[in-house]
Write a protein that binds this ligand. Structure first.
Ligand SMILES: [Zn+2]
Length: 155
């Protein structure tokens, strides 16, 4: 493996972070022009707690929908396999304040949903595995910590 090819997140000390937080995981000039910013949106304290998979899944579906109603710059929302958060990839230069606002707005929209978007067997690979109410509870807790989003490390 070429030196430096490990994903950025493998270099992060997961013992040193304090959830909830939002961190810039990648700030990348693209080869063909343009810019991509990838945010680490951490809901749960690593190795102490995690979200149940149906909750992760419903947040993924719901946020993929609500964020895009407010911004054309959202490229991707991916759940972390460790079930502690999500990656959000955004087209454009890094603007943390704008992203916080977008994220807070998109998450608040999820609280108003009455069903998980695209949770049918036609639209989803595991349509039975959703928990919108659990997603809302996790989002409320995450939003309540908004003042601490920019504080990533405990020291
Ligand atoms: Zn799905």
């Amino acid at each position: 493996m070429p030196e430096g090819s490990a994903p950025e997140s493998f270099e992060l000390d997961h013992n040193a972070v304090v959830a909830p937080y939002v961190r810039i995981a990648a700030d990348k000039a693209l080869r063909n022009g343009g810019h991509l910013t990838k945010y680490d949106v951490r809901f749960s304290q690593p190795n102490k707690e995690h979200l149940p998979m149906p909750v992760v899944h419903s947040i993924e579906h719901a946020l993929a929908t609500t964020l895009r109603t407010h911004s054309d710059d959202v490229i991707d929302i991916s759940p972390m396999g460790c079930q502690t958060g999500f990656y959000v990839a955004v087209d454009g230069p890094t603007d943390v304040d704008a992203f916080f606002e977008l994220l807070a707005t998109g998450l608040a929209d999820v609280l108003e949903l009455t069903e998980t978007p695209a949770a049918t067997e036609k639209q989803c690979g595991f349509a039975a595995s959703h928990d919108l109410e659990g997603a809302k509870a996790a989002i409320k807790k995450f939003l309540a910590g908004r003042d601490e989003w920019s504080r990533v490390f405990s020291h």
